[in-house]
Design a protein around this ligand. Structure first.
Ligand code: V55
Ligand code: FE
Length: 528
């Protein structure tokens, strides 16, 4: 992201010619548009991929198909999926756009019709009735549908094999206009816990909370009110509780009408947890009334993603999050335009929520688990809702090269942290390399927690190419395999691993050989 010349789009050999693509900060270098669709069978693999790794790594990136509106933000590119299918030590790749209504309209028009992020007043009048979701944030398999998610709208669904876009409409069941990009699977109850904010429309405080059972049927629907029109990107679940994590941005419809951004950071707003019982049958702590939820603020900061949460007795919850001590999205500045400190601190922390405390009690300062910029925390998700030992996340190792100085300039390593031993192991991605969100794959169905493999996409900035690295968690410091991509893909927003047993009808890219010449009946004649 930093403007070193070799990472910029080459300008020297263009003889002064221009294209319709701007060389904007977020579209150049690491952010250069990819727009590739297609497939590669048998990517080049260095090292050996264990045959036990069987399934598909789905990732999604924001990749505008047409040059975006000049005022738009990097969060709003069209969702482009990469699916890496691991089988028999081999890896096949498919890439395809989510064919959202927006993508299809803009591709047909051959220009941007949608304006600013989640601001319909800036969209071209002919598309104001269209869905403006780019479906670019996360891919989650549920009830046999691979959901392409964007928090400002409802899901699209893509075929897990062909990646063809279709519609999945269990949402007639819920009158919400939005669906989080971070729903959580409760592996113990086979439920997908879902919420939506701005659920009754633009800049509304209404939040919906519900669960989908394994067939996609809705249960435990609740409607609550946000303390302000906050951005609620991620959440965490325990067996009985849902914890929403509110960012100190506020949506303002008047600002949108004036052609401004959906969000403005507010240095006077606190990062806030909203704690909601998951179901009517949740046993409430003393003093809680039925239908109650509680709001626990801390101070101004941005808790970007959660690793997990767990219960300790009936009155205490723990939740772990990444934390940036400032606005991590400078493209949504406060009304007075103040920019975040370029050296803003970032870390990974554990919060204790005391459910005996009334709403609006300030949460105690968290315990710092990793005192370095880090992001995209993941755990062995077989243990989601429970206390876990291991966290996998991207980190910035300051004594190593590249990446940059802090969270704004990239993460150059993967970390595996044990809360039992307090030890952290690192995989350094290499000089000139940045690393994207890891996913964990258990060694077997009932392997001990954290025993398995981690897969992550690495960007090789100097050669403008990417590699997928496969790491055995028993020896975290170096990969056992590297899967080479012959080109550059954009940074993923999120990705997930789906085991082959959950994927029906996966077709191999290896075709049957049809007789052509040899049988004498085909169109081709053998040469001898
Ligand atoms: C995020 C990403 C989004 C979005 C809202 O990383 C929040 C957080 C890629 O889109 O729309
Ligand atoms: Fe996210």
């Amino acid at each position: 992201m930093e403007g070193s010349a070799k990472h910029d789009v080459g300008n020297d050999n263009l003889h002064g010619l221009a294209s319709k693509w701007p060389l904007a900060f977020d579209l150049a270098g690491s952010g250069a548009s990819c727009r590739l669709e297609g497939e590669i069978g048998d990517l080049v693999v260095f090292g050996e991929i264990p045959k036990e790794i069987s399934g598909t790594f789905y990732r999604i990136m924001t990749d505008p198909f047409v040059p975006p509106h000049p005022g738009n933000v990097p969060l709003d590119g069209d969702g482009n999926i990469s699916a890496f299918r691991f089988h028999d030590g081999r890896v096949d790749l498919k890439m395809r756009y989510v064919e959202t209504e927006r993508y299809l309209l803009e591709r047909k028009a051959n220009k941007a019709l949608f304006g600013l992020y989640r601001n319909p007043f800036t969209h071209h009048p002919c598309v104001r009735a269209a869905v403006d979701s780019t479906a670019n944030t996360n891919l989650v398999l549920w009830a046999d549908h691979l959901l392409a998610l964007k928090e400002g709208g409802l899901p699209y669904a893509v075929d897990p094999d062909t990646l063809e876009t279709g519609v999945y409409d269990p949402f007639g069941q819920v009158k919400s206009k939005t669906f989080t990009a971070h729903p959580k699977v409760d592996p113990f109850t086979d439920e997908l816990v879902v919420f939506g904010y701005e659920a009754k429309g633009l800049a509304t405080k209404d939040i919906v909370v519900y669960a989908l059972d394994k067939n996609g049927m809705k249960k435990d629907e609740q409607w609550i009110q946000a303390p302000w029109v906050a951005a609620i990107h991620d959440c965490a679940i325990t067996p009985n509780w849902l914890i929403l994590v509110l960012w100190p941005f506020e949506a303002d419809i008047e600002r949108m009408r004036r052609g401004g951004q959906h969000w403005a950071w507010d240095y006077d707003l606190p990062a806030t947890f909203v704690v909601v019982p998951r179901r009517k049958s949740t046993k409430l702590p003393d003093g809680w009334k039925e239908g109650e939820y509680r709001v626990y603020p801390w101070r101004n900061c941005m808790l970007i993603h959660t690793a997990g949460a767990w219960e300790d007795g009936e009155n205490k919850l723990y939740i772990e999050t990444s934390r940036v001590h400032d606005n991590a999205f400078p493209f949504f500045p406060p009304e007075d335009g103040r920019m975040p400190a370029p050296d803003a601190k970032a870390d990974f922390v554990r919060w204790e929520l005391d459910l005996n405390m009334p709403s609006n009690t300030r949460v105690s300062d968290p315990r710092v688990i990793l005192d370095m910029p880090c992001e995209f925390p993941r755990i062995d998700e077989r243990f989601l809702t429970k206390a876990y030992e291991y966290i996998f996340l991207d980190a910035f190792m300051p004594d190593k090269s590249d990446g940059g100085k802090n969270i704004f300039h990239g993460l150059n390593a993967l970390a595996m942290h044990s809360s039992k031993t307090g030890k952290t192991r690192f995989f350094y991605a290499g000089d000139g390399s940045l690393i994207q969100e890891p996913v964990f794959i258990p060694r077997s169905k009932d392997a001990p927690e954290g025993d398995g493999w981690v897969i992550a996409m690495v960007e090789r900035r100097d050669v403008n190419r990417n590699d997928l690295v496969v790491i055995d968690t028993r020896e975290f410091e170096k990969p056992i395999a590297i899967v080479q991509l012959p080109f550059h893909v954009k940074s993923q927003v999120h990705g997930n691993w789906v085991d082959a047993v959950c994927l029906k009808d996966q077709k191999s890219l290896v075709r049957e050989v049809k007789p052509m010449g040899i049988s004498g009946k085909g169109v081709l004649e053998p040469i001898i």
